[in-house]
Design a protein around this ligand. Structure first.
Ligand SMILES: O=C[C@H](O)COP(=O)(O)O
Ligand SMILES: CC(=O)C(=O)O
Length: 202
C-alpha cells in the first residue's frame, strides 16, 4: 500500500465534515494512501467516512499507541496502522490482528529490535530532528535489509533527498494538506500539492 505513491499525507482532522473532500482532493492528485492520526476526537469518524465514501483511498490510522487503538482503528476501516514508535504490547496486539503495522524507529537499536520482531519496513520518526536523510543513509550501510518511511519535518524539497535513498520506500508528511487550506475548503490547492508530491519520484 505504501509503495503506491512516493508520499503518504499525514492528516490530523478536527472537523469530520472535511474528511471526505480532503481525501478526495488528495486521491485526485495521485496520493491514495492516507494516514489519519488518532490525535483528535474526529479521527475514527473521519476514517469511517473516508473508507465508506472514497473507494480509491487507502485509509490508515496514525498515532496508534495502545492495543485498544489497534482494534478501534481496524473497526473504523483502517487498512494499515502507523505508530511513532513501538512497544511489546503494541506489537503483540498488531500480531493478533490482521491490519499491518508500520512501527516507528529512530535509532539503530530500535530498528534492530523491530527487525527481530519481524518488521522490515518501519517509520523513521521524527525524521528531521532525529538526523534527517544523512542519518538514514548511514543507517542503510549496516542495515540494508530495513526499509523506511521517514516522517516528521519533511517538505517537498527534503522529500526528494529522502526518496533518492535506497532504503526509503515513501515519505510521510503534512505539507500536502496545510491546515489553512483545509479550513478554507481550498480543495483544488490540496490537489495541486498532492499532484506535485506524487510526481516527486519519477
Ligand atoms: O507528527 C508529525 C507528523 O507525523 C508529520 O507531520 P509533519 O510533516 O508536519 O512533521
Ligand atoms: C507521528 C507518527 O508517527 C504518528 O502519528 O503515527
Amino acid at each position: 500500500m505504501l509503495r503506491r505513491a512516493p508520499v503518504v499525507p499525514v492528516l490530523t482532522i478536527d472537523d469530520p465534515h472535511t474528511a471526505v473532500p480532503l481525501a478526495q482532493a488528495l486521491v485526485a492528485g495521485g496520493l491514495p494512501a492516507l494516514e489519519i492520526t488518532l490525535r483528535t476526537d474526529a479521527a475514527l469518524d473521519a476514517m469511517e467516512q473516508i473508507a465508506q465514501h472514497v473507494p480509491d483511498a487507502i485509509v490508515g490510522a496514525g498515532t496508534v499507541l495502545t492495543p485498544s487503538q489497534v482494534g478501534e482503528a481496524t473497526s473504523a476501516g483502517a487498512q494499515f496502522l502507523v505508530s511513532p514508535g513501538c512497544t511489546t504490547k503494541l506489537a503483540e496486539a498488531a500480531a493478533r490482528g490482521s491490519t499491518p503495522l508500520l512501527p516507528g524507529a529512530s535509532t539503530a537499536s530500535e530498528a534492530m529490535t523491530l527487525a527481530e520482531m519481524g518488521y522490515h519496513l518501519m517509520k523513521f520518526f521524527p525524521a528531521e530532528p532525529a538526523g534527517g536523510a544523512a542519518f538514514l543513509k548511514a543507517l542503510g550501510a549496516p542495515l540494508p535489509q530495513i526499509q523506511f518511511c521517514p516522517t516528521g519535518g519533511i517538505d517537498a524539497e527534503k522529500a526528494k533527498t529522502y526518496l533518492a535513498l535506497p532504503n526509503v520506500i515513501c515519505v510521510g508528511g503534512s505539507w500536502i494538506a496545510p491546515a489553512s487550506a483545509v479550513k478554507a475548503g481550498d480543495w483544488s490547492a490540496i490537489t495541486a500539492l498532492s499532484r506535485a508530491a506524487a510526481a516527486l519520484r519519477a
